[in-house]
Design a protein around this ligand. Structure first.
Ligand SMILES: N[C@@H](CCC(=O)N[C@@H](CS)C(=O)NCC(=O)O)C(=O)O
Length: 215
């Protein structure tokens, strides 16, 4: 059994959890909820001390959500060459990876802007915050323009990443600080019924969560 360290508020963790379900690899993975900020033992597995971190059966630690998703994709293809969330080659592959990169950038900007907005005004840079906000809104605009490439019928890694980035914006700003157009919102609502997304919905850790520490 592989072990996946994750946090329920982490969009990068959610990407891996969604992809593992889409590839039917989730039965091979034991998901362990931790807090990367307080679990000192995570650093013994991943020098960056971030989630997601996947521990393979031979003990190797794999980190960076795109790398973990690539590994799971290869694993799925080795038992069924027709499966996979990363297109094989050519323009389709590059496009899917590009959408993943856009979404990852939006997730990082959202996380940073949210964290900065909790800081005292003297401890934060309005310039940096504005740049993060601009990246988030420009990302949303690019998603609206590229909706046709996101292949709702046959979703790929870019589709899942973009959806999770959009849900993360809503999770951090339920008051709808950012303008997500109705066409995009309708798409988010339809896709949210997919089991992989419904099972991994963002939430703050609850007292009754099976929260563990690595040590
Ligand atoms: N680029 C990384 C980002 C991972 C990341 O930033 N994870 C955050 C949670 S969303 C984390 O673990 N933060 C703890 C820290 O930075 O120390 C990925 O794609 O996996």
């Amino acid at each position: 059994m592989m072990q996946l360290y994750y946090s329920p508020t982490s969009p990068f963790s959610r990407k891996v959890r969604v992809v593992s379900r889409e590839l039917a690899r989730d039965k091979q993975i034991n998901e362990i909820l931790i807090d990367p900020w307080t679990d000192a033992a995570l650093r013994t597995l991943n020098p960056l001390s971030k989630v997601p971190t996947l521990i393979l059966e031979d003990g190797m630690a794999v980190f960076e959500s795109a790398v973990i998703c690539d590994y799971l994709d290869q694993l799925a293809r080795s038992s069924n060459p027709k499966s996979g969330v990363i297109p094989n080659d050519g323009a389709e592959r590059l496009s899917a990876l590009k959408w993943q990169a856009l979404a990852d950038g939006m997730m990082a900007a959202t996380g940073r802007l949210f964290a900065d907005s909790k800081r005292a005004e003297t401890d934060r840079s309005e310039f940096v915050m504005e740049r993060q906000a601009y990246a988030i809104q420009s990302g949303i605009d690019a998603i609206l323009d590229g909706l046709a490439q996101l292949r709702t019928e046959e979703p790929h890694i870019g589709t899942w990443s973009v959806l999770i980035a959009l849900y993360y914006v809503d999770f951090r700003w339920p008051d709808r600080r950012f303008d997500i157009p109705v066409r995009v919102r309708d798409w988010m609502a339809i896709m949210s019924e997919r089991e992989s997304l419904a099972e991994t919905i963002f939430h703050l850790p609850h007292f009754d969560d099976d929260q563990k520490s690595i040590a």
